[in-house]
Design a protein around this ligand. Structure first.
Ligand SMILES: Cc1cc2nc3c(=O)[nH]c(=O)nc-3n(C[C@H](O)[C@H](O)[C@H](O)COP(=O)(O)OP(=O)(O)OC[C@H]3O[C@@H](n4cnc5c(N)ncnc54)[C@H](O)[C@@H]3O)c2cc1C
Length: 416
């Protein structure tokens, strides 16, 4: 066995996966260089300054659930736990044109699975058939095949259309960023099983500062303190450029393939965010409003999430798995009309609108072929397989930590 021992490690990619890997490597005593192609760290959890509204703006607001255990541990380790706010218990605030506003609210005095079934039963227009379908859903979670879609699973349990519309489709689009017709049932089942295993895991959280301050800056500060070298505006084009003892690739699968010269398509989905600023407070009924039967699926009151009481009122309409062919202008008009219908009144002219479509917002859950890599290269790449978590902050943190774990193991086996 070779007698090499790893001292210098290159981390390619300065998103959450790369920063997590760098942190855990530095804590283990390695010298770490992070190479990031963009002018700033953070990857898809990035914010930019908009001088028209004098505000730091996230490309898209990010939500979490209590089941993001690895992310919460990480936030604690970098002293940033206070940058996330939480619901007291799971509440999905929903709206549609027929039934207006209603909540799916898990009563905290019941065990969470019973609380959810009770909450569904109490939704307008639901009856015992929704309850029976929820029970069938719970009983069939564990044995989903690798290739089954969420739609096929819903057909198998004969889920009533109204249950699909009010809960399962909303959750599928929100967490998988993919329509039920193609989204992977095994991964969806895993998300439901982990999120709905306790009240604590089920509740939703949100960042109460822009992501660059809430998440990225605390991580970068910690890395600097540990002596990690962070090189911005440096796109690594080939592994031959790096003379490090080991390399962690922390890139979404399509960027990894580009770097490794692998000619293989990677399925991704877009997310569109329509940011709107108004001179007056719109007084939205809820901070995170799920919308049913509309283009926009969620309407976030960003000002409220950030606890802002002065300046313009900032709201953001989110369209997951966005495949629409409408133009930007048409989508902004549609968003404004949908908010007017929700509020039942005409809206004032927005002070500013900003349309952000992340074309490759997430890599979709797919079976992957094994890559033939040199033994000193470790992957923390967004490339979720059936049964793994979908592309989220939590997956990024777990991937970064898993790559470091493998590297430590490899290094140890070389030292012995
Ligand atoms: C609009 C939007 C909304 C989202 N909402 C949520 C949400 O609500 N909840 C949630 O959990 N997740 C959400 N996500 C997903 C989440 O942001 C991502 O899954 C996560 O941030 C991925 O982190 P990463 O480090 O794996 O990848 P990235 O953040 O993509 O980081 C990879 C980094 O590598 C850099 N890079 C690429 N190629 C090279 C190269 N050759 N050399 C050097 N650097 C390179 C890139 O510039 C990038 O900074 C959302 C994503 C988007 C886009």
């Amino acid at each position: 066995m070779a007698q090499s021992s790893v001292q210098r490690v290159a981390v390619v990619g300065g998103g959450i996966a790369g920063l997590t890997a760098a942190l855990r490597l530095a804590e283990s005593g390695y010298q770490v260089d992070v190479f990031e192609a963009a002018p700033a760290l953070g990857g898809r959890t990035k914010s930019f300054y908009d001088e028209d509204v004098d505000e730091w703006v996230d490309n898209g607001p990010h939500a979490m659930v209590g089941a993001y255990h690895a992310t919460l541990k990480l936030l604690g380790d970098v002293g940033a736990l206070q940058n996330v706010s939480w619901q007291s218990s799971l509440t999905l605030s929903l709206w549609d044109t027929q039934r207006s506003l209603f909540d799916l609210k898990a009563a905290s005095w019941l065990p969470v699975n019973l609380a959810l079934i009770w909450a569904v039963y109490r939704l307008p227009d639901h009856d015992f058939s929704s309850v029976k379908a929820m029970l069938r859903l719970a009983m069939t979670m564990m044995n989903r095949g690798d290739t089954q879609t969420v739609q096929q699973w819903m057909d198998e349990i004969d889920a009533p259309a109204i249950l699909v519309q009010d809960m399962l489709e909303v959750l599928c689009l929100g967490v998988m960023n993919e329509p039920m017709q193609t989204a992977n049932a095994k991964t969806f089942a895993r998300v439901l099983a982990t999120s709905f295993s306790s009240h604590k895991n089920a509740k939703m959280g949100w960042f109460n500062k822009p992501l660059s301050q809430a998440l990225v800056a605390p991580m970068a500060d910690k890395l600097r303190g540990l002596g990690v070298n962070m090189v911005l505006r440096h796109s690594v084009r080939s592994l031959d450029e790096l003379d490090h003892d080991a390399v962690v690739l922390a890139l979404p699968a399509f960027a990894r393939n580009r770097l490794l010269g692998i000619k293989q398509d990677v399925d991704t989905q877009a997310i569109t965010n329509i940011h709107l600023w108004f001179e007056e407070n719109l007084n939205l009924p809820n901070m995170m409003q799920g919308m049913l039967g509309t283009y926009g699926q969620w309407l976030f009151d960003v000002s409220k999430m950030m606890g802002q009481t002065t300046g313009f009122h900032h709201v953001c309409m989110i369209i997951s798995a966005d495949e629409t062919e409408l133009s930007q202008a048409a989508l902004i008009d549609t968003a404004l009309q949908e908010i007017e219908t929700l509020l039942g009144r005409a809206l004032p002219e927005p002070k500013k609108t900003r349309f952000i479509r992340e074309k490759r917002a997430t890599v979709l859950v797919r079976n992957q072929e094994n890559l033939d890599l040199s033994e000193h290269v470790f992957l923390a790449c967004e490339s979720p397989t059936p049964g793994e978590l979908p592309a989220t902050i939590e997956l990024a943190v777990i991937s970064g930590e898993k790559a470091v774990h493998e590297l430590l193991h490899w290094d140890k086996s070389h030292k012995n």
